[in-house]
Every structure is written in C-alpha cells, then in structure tokens.
Design a protein around this ligand. Structure first.
Ligand SMILES: [Zn+2]
Length: 301
C-alpha cells in the first residue's frame, strides 16, 4: 500500500539507483515492444518525479515510464553482483488477513519466500545497470510512452499534490466545493478522491482527520470555511512528516508499549486507547469507501 509519502520515498530510491548517468544495460518486461526496448537500453535516467501516487521516470532517449502501485506494487533495488549470482532475495509473499479482523484493511501477513528474485513470477519489470538492478513487483500499472504522462490522464486530472512545492489549497477547496455541491459527499471520502487532492490514501485519511479533530462522516457541505481552510492548510505538514519519517504520522513519546503500536494516532488501532483522551479507537467499514479509524471523543459527530 503506497500513499504519496511512501511513493516519494520509493521514487527517491529509484532516483538514487539510476543516478550518476548509469546506463541501462538491460530491461525485462513482458509487454514492451522492440522499439521502446531499444530506446531504453543505452539510455540513462533524466529525472524521476511523483504526481500524487504516480511515479514517472524519464529516460535520456525521451521514453517515459509511469508506474502506479495501487495497493500491491513494490520496488526493490539490488546490487548487480548479487542479482547475477542469484542471491538477490525476493520480498515475502503476502496473504490478506481474514475479514473478521477488526483492523483489516490491507493488512497483510507474510506467507512464503522465494529465494532468487529472478524466479519470482510477481516481477513485472527489471532495469539492469552496471552495478544496480531495479525490480518492480506486481505492477499493476507500468506504462511506457514517448509523450509526457503528466499531460495525459489520469495525472492530468489529479488535484493538487499535498507533497508538491506548488501545492495550492485554494484550488483544492475550489474543486471540493464544485464536486460536493448538492451531494452527500463525506469528508473521509473526499480526501481519497485524487481529483480533489492527490497523494492521500487510507492511512493518511484517518490520521489527517484525527489531527484536525474532524468527525470522518461529516458531510462536506456542512463544514465551515474555517474548518476546511484549517484542514487543507495542515495536510502538507502531515504528508511531509510521513515522508521524512518513513511513514510515521505521530512522534514517539517514549511511553509506547511496543514500537509496532507507536507510529499512528488512530490508523489500524481499533480497540486501542487514544493517545490523547484514552477512549477506545473505533473503525467503520460501511459508511466510507475504505475502512476509517477514528476516536469518538476527539472527533465527535
Ligand atoms: Zn481521543
């Protein structure tokens, strides 16, 4: 599961692995035409950018690669030597937990390991340089093009990116106003609409609403200008914090019982005590498109 901050962290890793004008020596992809392949081999990375949850890599030969990982994609970077020797290990396979798990959203459990990444059937793309090998698992979206995907759908219609230096909260509010007009749109669902604001996924949705003391099932049309303004001014801070701390939304206090329980305020904390008011965190799966976690005392209806 990759939301804006996590996608940006991965984009940085891709950038670092391809930096220094490393030439692409090989590419493995099941669905690539000969011409595109020959254009990528021998070229190097010009830039890596993120747009919400999309990663765009531009190669010096003019080819663009767009990747959207949805909830399943991942990237791994290996040293070329260990890859060639067969000692580059595959990430563990995951299976979804049973639905009765109250914290189940896209919680996954480790299943089994494939030892050699070259044999892993989940691999969708491999980029080979002189000393690094970039392996992409599960796609699901990997598109090559000669025109910039930033000017095509779906990137073209994305709302302002909360992690971008050009983030424009007035534009977010204008789109939100337009889309929620005469609707029962809930604020929790609005935050997940990438055409309103891009980069927020299910984790940041719950965390952002908690940090703003907003009841997740509040209708957008019933919210005041002040409340919406405060919410959208504060969103970049939460996303940037997550980017800088590898996905945390909450600083540690030193009082946490286990490290595993410490990174978030409400996300995946059903039944646990609120860090602020000690009430039990609750979750709801039916009112919103994805499971929502919140504190009934800190975020009253
Ligand atoms: Zn609370």
């Amino acid at each position: 599961m990759s939301e804006g901050p996590e996608v940006k962290i991965i984009a940085d890793k891709i950038h670092n692995a391809l930096s220094g004008k490393r030439t692409i020596q090989g590419i493995l992809h099941s669905n690539i035409d000969k011409e595109t392949k020959s254009k990528i081999i021998g070229s190097s990375m010009e830039y890596v950018k993120t747009y919400g949850k999309n990663i765009v890599v531009k190669f010096s030969s003019g080819v663009y690669l767009r990747n959207h990982m949805m909830m399943w994609g991942k990237w791994r970077i290996h040293d070329r030597e260990e890859y060639d020797l067969g000692s580059a290990k595959s990430p563990p396979r995951y299976a979804y937990r049973e639905k009765k798990d109250k914290n189940a959203d896209e919680i996954q459990i480790k299943k089994n390991y494939v030892t050699d990444v070259r044999q892993d059937t989940r691999v969708r793309l491999t980029l080979i340089t002189v000393d690094k090998v970039l392996v992409q698992f599960n796609g699901p979206i990997l598109q090559f093009s000669l025109d910039d995907p930033a000017f095509r759908e779906p990137i073209k219609s994305l709302g302002p990116d909360g992690l971008s230096g050009n983030y424009d909260k007035d534009k977010v509010q204008a789109i939100l106003k337009f889309k929620s007009k005469n609707t029962n749109m809930l604020i929790a669902n609005a935050l997940l609409d990438q055409q309103i604001i891009s980069g927020i996924g299910n984790k940041y949705k719950s965390e952002i609403l908690f940090l703003n003391k907003i009841y997740p099932f509040k209708k957008v049309i019933s919210m005041s200008e002040y409340e919406l303004n405060k919410l959208f001014v504060g969103i970049p801070k939460v996303l940037i914090y997550g980017y800088k701390t590898k996905g945390r939304t909450r600083p540690t206090t030193g009082k946490e019982k286990t490290l595993r329980d410490s990174p978030h305020w409400v996300y995946r904390r059903s039944g646990k005590q609120c860090w602020i008011c000690k009430a039990k965190i609750v979750s709801e799966k039916k009112l919103t498109t994805r499971i929502t976690f919140w504190c009934p005392i800190c975020q009253p209806a």
